[in-house]
Design a protein around this ligand. Structure first.
Ligand SMILES: [Zn+2]
Length: 70
């Protein structure tokens, strides 16, 4: 079982079990909206957690900048 651990304040630690597809989210770097993600898909695409999840309507506006297109 995997979990996320974060110290919220001195002596206060949050531990949350990662339930893939149930409590895993990413925030779109363009609009800031949150979307549920499947970690298996994220890692299958190759960038893992270093990548970004763009909402389709936002991706259309930044695709050329992000991938260096014409
Ligand atoms: Zn967006």
């Amino acid at each position: 079982m995997y979990h996320v651990k974060a110290e919220l304040a001195k002596g206060v630690t949050l531990n949350v079990e990662i339930k893939d597809g149930e409590n895993t989210y990413a925030r779109c770097p363009v609009c800031g909206k949150e979307a549920k993600v499947d970690l298996a898909d994220i890692f299958e695409d190759g960038d893992g957690l270093n990548g970004a999840l763009y909402r389709p309507e936002c991706w259309e506006g930044v695709r050329d900048t992000v991938i260096g297109g014409a």
